[in-house]
Design a protein around this ligand. Structure first.
Ligand SMILES: [Zn+2]
Length: 94
């Protein structure tokens, strides 16, 4: 599955930009992998880092198990975060 990338967990199957094209319009979609709700769990940079740390410290488990790819590697996926185009990030990360 290829789509937009979650800036919290790196999952690349997001249907629409988490924060819109302007980086200021959260979709309020829930990431199938980390379970973050864009605009709520990542409202601020601190909130994002807190959510990400909590998710990872709980083992980085899939939120929607049925959408988990057969071949999945957390570390590989987290690497996707660095490949996100700057313009696709929330305004506070641009
Ligand atoms: Zn995610």
């Amino acid at each position: 599955m290829v789509g937009f990338i979650c800036h919290i967990c790196g999952y690349a199957g997001i249907n629409q930009l988490p924060w819109g094209i302007d980086g200021k319009s959260p979709s309020f979609d829930v990431c199938a992998c980390c379970g973050a709700e864009y605009g709520i769990d990542d409202l601020t940079k601190l909130g994002l880092l807190h959510y990400q740390r909590e998710w990872l410290s709980n083992g980085g488990k899939w939120f929607a198990q049925h959408e988990k790819p057969n071949k999945w590697d957390l570390i590989d996926q987290m690497g996707n975060i660095n490949t996100i185009e700057k313009s696709y990030l929330p305004y506070y990360l641009k």
